[in-house]
Write a protein that binds this ligand. Structure first.
Ligand SMILES: Cc1cc2nc3c(=O)[nH]c(=O)nc-3n(C[C@H](O)[C@H](O)[C@H](O)COP(=O)(O)O)c2cc1C
Length: 477
């Protein structure tokens, strides 16, 4: 059964041993951030802060909600030990079978309603997450909801937002992202863009918010498909936008055209605080509604493994895998190593013809999400792409530094990509590379080195005899 709200998900994490409760008082100013950061780097459990300095009892923060594949599997109602491919298959099934949301007239997110002068964003224990961040980031694990100006399409996406003051937030509206494309239409007509930010709905809504679902597709329908049950939506107080009814906190308002205020810096998904403070659009808040004793969710972008390395990872891997299969490429596996912070992808493939690595890379870079994977490693089907020891062995030994490296430049450059200069990030000038770790097709069988591994260099009957006798030899595993 899918979780009806974040609280049911927290109970499940508790039961499976994937939650750490902290009852001791913790400061929202850097202390909780440092704890969640270390939790990411230790690949530890989700963290529920139950006692936050300056905030009433009952106001809690859930840190690192999906920062492990165990927690992602649990969110998808799967056994926590499920494998990467199994998680992608399950996610794929849900995405292929969208279910429309249902409209309800009320919901827990309306337990308290604050309008106009009663609006105060500091009511919630927003964290200063990293040292040097530009401010308190209230929105780091949520969905921002906006409606297209000239169609019925409503977009859900996760885009960070920092508190400027009691009634305004600031954040990135990148022109490559759907929210940026939608905002540009409002701005061109001189109109304010209504928005709603749903913080801490049930876990699939936030997962899909990071997913790069295609332009024009309703993420709410996809959420229903992945849950296997429709999501219940309720109307906002100040606009016609609809939000998940069990969200812990909902923020409503408008982003006016052309207004800009300094936002950032912030620890970003590739693992650096790379971008300086910059002028970004401003979210004017007209209403806040929330559950009693609300639970704020907080992710902590940085070095691996954080929520982005797990949630965005799985969507991008599915997108790219789907396109590669559609193109008829004989791939046998795909993996975005969480250690790459979604900057590299490994594809394993059969090699029926020469140049297949370049076709694979071209197919990946043509995808909306794959476009942001500048480093593609192509390995042969005898390599498990999820096994970094095997991948690094192939890269170090099969890959030829000149013949095996193909560079494409310029490509659209990601504004947050640390290996690009400030100039290149500002103007979006990128570069991509494919590392072909497959043997050349014009080498004969005799010329091609034979891998000296257990599974490749011994006759099958010897392998079987050794495996069957392994414990008898005295080994434990
Ligand atoms: C924790 C987290 C924070 C993110 N913050 C931003 C952000 O501030 N701006 C942005 O453009 N994308 C951000 N992303 C990536 C987007 O959520 C992702 O690209 C998503 O596909 C955007 O939705 P869209 O495809 O509908 O535009 C973030 C992802 C995560 C996991």
């Amino acid at each position: 059964m899918p979780y009806k709200d974040l609280r049911e998900f927290i109970d499940a994490l508790d039961k499976s041993g994937d939650l750490q409760r902290i009852k001791q008082e913790v400061d929202w100013n850097l202390e909780a951030g440092a704890i969640t950061r270390k939790g990411c780097e230790d690949v530890g459990p989700a963290i529920l802060f139950e006692n936050i300095k300056d905030y009433p009892e009952g106001y809690r923060v859930l840190g690192n909600p999906l920062a492990s594949f165990r927690r992602l599997a649990l969110a998808l109602d799967m056994p926590p030990e499920s494998k990467y491919d199994e998680i992608i298959d399950r996610y794929d099934e849900g995405r292929k079978n969208p279910i429309k949301p249902i409209l309800v007239s009320d919901g827990p997110c309306k337990e308290e309603i604050h309008l106009g002068d009663d609006v105060d964003l500091y009511k919630f224990p927003a964290l200063i997450i990293h040292g040097g961040d530009g401010g308190r980031y209230l929105c780091t694990w949520h969905v921002t909801i906006t409606k297209d100006l000239d169609s019925d399409w409503v977009n859900w996406g996760m885009y960070r937002a920092m508190i400027h003051d009691k009634k305004t937030l600031g954040g990135l509206l990148d022109p490559h992202q759907h929210i940026g494309l939608i905002y540009a239409k409002y701005e061109e007509k001189g109109l304010p863009m209504p928005f709603a930010i749903a913080i801490a709905p049930e876990p699939i809504s936030t997962l899909i918010g990071t997913g790069g679902i295609p332009y024009g597709t309703s993420e709410a329908d996809v959420v229903g498909g992945v849950r296997g049950e429709p999501i219940s939506l309720v109307k906002c107080e100040t606009s016609d936008l609809l939000v998940p009814a069990t969200s812990e906190i909902v923020i409503e308002g408008e982003v006016p055209p052309y207004e800009r205020r300094e936002e950032g810096p912030f620890g970003e998904y590739p693992g650096y605080q790379a971008s300086p403070k910059s002028l970004n659009p401003v979210f004017h808040v007209k209403a806040i509604t929330h559950r009693k004793n609300p639970i704020l969710t907080a992710s902590n972008m940085g070095t691996p493994i954080d929520d982005c390395d797990v949630a965005m990872n799985i969507s991008w891997a599915l997108d790219v895998r789907t396109d590669l299969i559609k193109a008829g490429l004989p791939i046998t596996g795909i993996y975005i190593p969480p250690e790459s912070c979604a900057c590299a992808v490994v594809v394993a493939t059969k090699t029926p013809y020469s140049g297949i690595a370049n076709r694979i890379a071209s197919c990946i870079w043509a995808n909306k999400n794959g476009a942001w994977l500048p480093k593609v490693f192509v390995v042969q089907d005898d390599v498990d792409p999820t096994n970094m020891r095997e991948v690094f062995h192939a890269f170090s030994t099969v890959h030829h530094p000149i013949r095996g490296t193909q560079i494409l430049s310029p490509t659209p450059g990601h504004a947050l990509m640390p290996h690009l200069s400030h100039h290149d990030r500002t103007y979006g000038i990128g570069a991509n590379v494919v590392y072909d770790c497959t043997w050349p097709k014009d080498w004969s069988k005799e010329e091609t080195p034979k891998k000296a591994s257990f599974k490749d260099i011994y006759p099958k009957e010897i392998q079987e005899r050794v495996l069957n006798n392994w414990r008898k030899y005295g080994f434990k595993e």
